[in-house]
Design a protein around this ligand. Structure first.
Ligand code: 3H9
Length: 701
């Protein structure tokens, strides 16, 4: 194995280079290489200053997460960084790209920091269920104070180089060539006789500390509910004030290793890699040529079309947004502008940037303007006849080689593609509302979709900062198909006498961002109802099937937008309230349908919502709709509010035991019959063979 770390010696300034593509993760080999390099420089003793630098696309992106499942091998990061900090000559970090986690901690072990103007620094470890364990909780409070350190550690969000300079983390921002400026900076230090400046020797600024701790304790309990690593992080930062540096480091390491072994961290690490795996498509040759997508057309400027237009505009792609009439177009553009204005008000966008983004979107009333677009996405009403008509038109207007995509959430993409003379250029791009915010993008692959078209869609998905997940064709694709049994049981339990709050509180206590009934209220009860009505011929033979939603719909209780749905909403408040009128309507429906009043307890609510969700996931996997169980986990964490720290439904199911899910399915089949409770054949097979969904992924994907 070649050493990823090398020393460059041209003059009195030594450069310690790391080259470990793709992101210079600090693996065992890198730790060994760094240790050897600094020890040998210390021994030689003739370098007057040292620069810590990386080759490739970024400075260290942190510790190598793929090693976290293995026992730690010496040297530990803390020891490497102690060695760097202990050098007798100044060590300067040359930061570019993203210095994250252990990468940022490496910079704190250096005595001086020079950063490229576009660099970003951050401690995102909480996203992985751990916290900075290589000195970050001890050095950062010493360098910038507790409040500033807590902001960076607890929000887990990277900051810009200029913000880092303002906070006193970065000493110099390189406007030009980073390495040239880092060397000049180091040379100046030597000339001025400035020696090492170890952060560990600083004392901690305790001003306003208790207020900051109280703020983040509350933040951990509300925004990071159910998680343990944030509380451990707070404890470690406290140690920076209460303990000498070495003892603080030891406590940090102990707590960090404990955090690493929790289910929370394993689940978050699973999601980290799962999100990156979705773009790897088995059978898709590496050299598949992609189609360049330089400009995009969107048909429909409603909520969905407008949101999609924003995604592309944000990525710097020119968008042609077409609507059927002037009023709708004006309204659509005004909504987009209002959304951007809100971001300006929050200080996250300047007025100038907003104008530039708006200028990326050209409104039009004429589909002929799609003629030169490389990709056109239709976001018209969910109706097969309408979509077919739209695709016939797009096929005649759009240039050869243009990709045509439908934003359908349920309809058969092959049937739509068959209307065109280019079915190989057709696929589904299913965005989630609000499209400019939700990270999930289901990429629906038709029977004839060309490999290059699929690859281009995945690439453009990443470019617009979405997590694209490939789905085969079935009603509802991956996400909505699984939502169906989950929501069906929630609605059925309403008829049995549970209240919306009884049900949603169980799901929210588990960690779902929102209970499923509140989700229906948010998405619009009428929307789901219309879709179910359209599939009337295939509706299961059970009159209670989504009957609670149907009665809400018929009473005009569409959810938040009408002020009433399963809950009642009050303008000006963000709360939702139990509504006696809704309960009475549901009770009456139950009576009409002869549903016995026998309200389920919390355990039953939990099992009846979650087990069929996993069971449907198993069917989806078995049928080849999803490529891997981890893709299903990504769909549900990125698109449906499933708690990331539980790893997604399939990872969670593996954790609690597939035999338990299977036994639950059988228990409810006994009670309610086989219509909805037939265990998935794959679930039965895996349990029989003593395997997990993760095993299935290893063997098949
Ligand atoms: C840490 O540092 C703990 C310490 O405090 C203490 C320890 C005791 N390790 O995202 P991309 C892979 S925890 C291993 O598509 P981008 C990734 O899987 C760490 N692998 O690129 C992918 O592999 P593949 C704290 C990693 O340009 C490839 O690199 N650091 C790591 O869109 C490209 O990744 C973080 O949490 C890693 N650390 O984004 C930062 N990072 O090609 C995590 C990436 O086989 N990383 N890979 O699919 C990121 O946020 C992004 O990857 C980054 C680049 C912004 C760097």
């Amino acid at each position: 194995m070649t050493n990823p770390v090398t020393i460059e010696r041209k003059d009195e300034i030594a450069v310690v280079w790391t080259d470990n593509p793709p992101v210079n993760a600090i693996s065992h080999a890198v730790r060994l290489g760094l240790m050897e390099a600094f020890e040998s420089l210390a021994k030689e003793g003739d370098a007057k200053a040292i620069i810590l630098a990386c080759k490739g696309r970024t400075f260290f992106a942190g510790a190598d997460i793929s090693e976290f499942d293995k026992p730690v091998q010496a040297p530990h990061l803390q020891d490497v960084f102690d060695t760097i900090e202990g050098m007798k000559v100044p060590v300067v970090a040359a930061i570019f790209g993203t210095a994250l986690g252990g990468g940022m901690e490496a910079t704190l072990a250096c005595h001086y920091r020079v950063a490229d103007a576009k660099a970003r620094l951050g401690l995102p470890e909480l996203n992985l269920g751990i916290f900075p364990g290589a000195g970050g909780t001890q050095r950062l409070p010493r360098l910038i104070g507790v409040r500033g350190a807590l902001d960076i550690i607890m929000t887990a969000k990277p900051i810009s180089a200029s913000k880092a300079k303002e906070l006193g983390i970065v000493d110099h921002i390189a406007g030009g060539d980073l390495m040239a400026e880092a060397k000049a900076y180091a040379r100046k230090l030597v000339e001025e006789g400035k020696g090492p400046r170890p952060v560990s020797r600083l004392s901690v600024d305790g001003t306003g500390v208790e207020e900051a701790f109280a703020h983040y304790e509350a933040f951990a309990k509300s925004r990071l509910k159910g998680r343990t690593s944030p509380l451990k992080a707070l404890q470690a930062v406290r140690a920076a004030m209460d303990l000498p540096f070495k003892e603080g480091l030891a406590l940090e390491l102990k707590l960090c290793l404990e955090a690493k072994d929790t289910f929370e961290s394993k689940a978050l690490r699973h999601i980290f890699f799962a999100e990156r795996k979705t773009r790897k498509i088995p059978g898709l040759p590496e050299d598949t040529a992609v189609h360049e997508i330089a400009n995009v057309g969107i048909l429909g400027a409603g909520t969905m079309g407008g949101g999609i237009a924003m995604c592309f505009a944000n990525a710097g792609l020119p968008v042609t947004l077409v609507e059927a009439n002037e009023d709708n177009l004006k309204r659509g553009l005004a909504t987009i502008e209002r959304n951007y204005e809100r971001t300006v008000k929050r200080g996250r966008l300047s007025a100038k940037q907003k104008n530039a983004l708006m200028a990326n979107i050209r409104g039009s009333l004429d589909m002929a303007n799609f003629a030169d677009c490389d990709l056109v996405i239709e976001a018209v009403f969910e109706n097969m006849d309408l979509k077919k008509e739209v695709f016939r038109k797009l096929d005649s207007i759009c240039k050869q080689g243009a990709i045509l995509a439908t934003n359908t959430s349920t309809l058969d993409v092959d049937e739509i593609a068959a209307e065109t003379k280019r079915p190989e250029y057709v696929l589904g791009l299913h965005f989630f509302s609000p499209a400019n915010i939700m990270p999930l993008l289901e990429v629906v692959r038709g029977a004839k979709t060309d490999a290059g078209v699929l690859k281009s869609a995945l690439q453009v998905g990443k470019r617009i900062r979405k997590i694209p997940v490939v789905s085969g064709i079935c009603f509802g694709f991956i996400g909505n198909r699984m939502l169906s049994p989950y929501g069906r049981e929630a609605q059925r339990m309403l008829l049995e006498g549970a209240s919306p709050k009884d049900i949603d509180s169980v799901l929210e206590d588990f960690g779902m961002a929102m209970g499923v009934l509140a989700v229906y209220d948010l998405a619009g009860i009428d929307v789901g109802h219309k879709i179910r009505e359209a599939m009337r011929d295939n509706k299961p033979d059970d009159p209670t099937f989504f009957a609670a939603g149907a009665v809400m719909n018929d009473a005009g209780r569409f959810g938040q937008k009408t002020g009433t749905g399963f809950y009642r909403y009050e303008k000006g408040t963000r709360g939702r309230f139990e509504d006696p009128d809704a309960l009475a309507l549901i009770r009456k429906t139950a009576e009409d349908l002869g549903v016995v009043q026998d309200p389920p307890g919390r355990e039953e609510i939990f099992e009846r919502c979650l087990y069929p969700l996993v069971n449907e996931g198993a069917n989806i996997l078995d049928e080849g709709i999803a490529l891997r169980a981890s893709d299903i986990d990504v769909v549900w964490t990125a698109g449906y509010g499933f708690p990331r720290h539980k790893g997604g439904p399939m990872f969670w199911a593996d954790h609690i035991g597939l035999d338990k899910i299977l036994a639950g399915m059988k228990k409810y089949r006994e009670k309610f019959g086989p219509l909805f409770w037939e265990p998935a054949p794959l679930l039965e097979r895996l349990v029989r063979e003593g395997k997990t969904f993760a095993d299935w992924d290893k063997e098949n994907a």
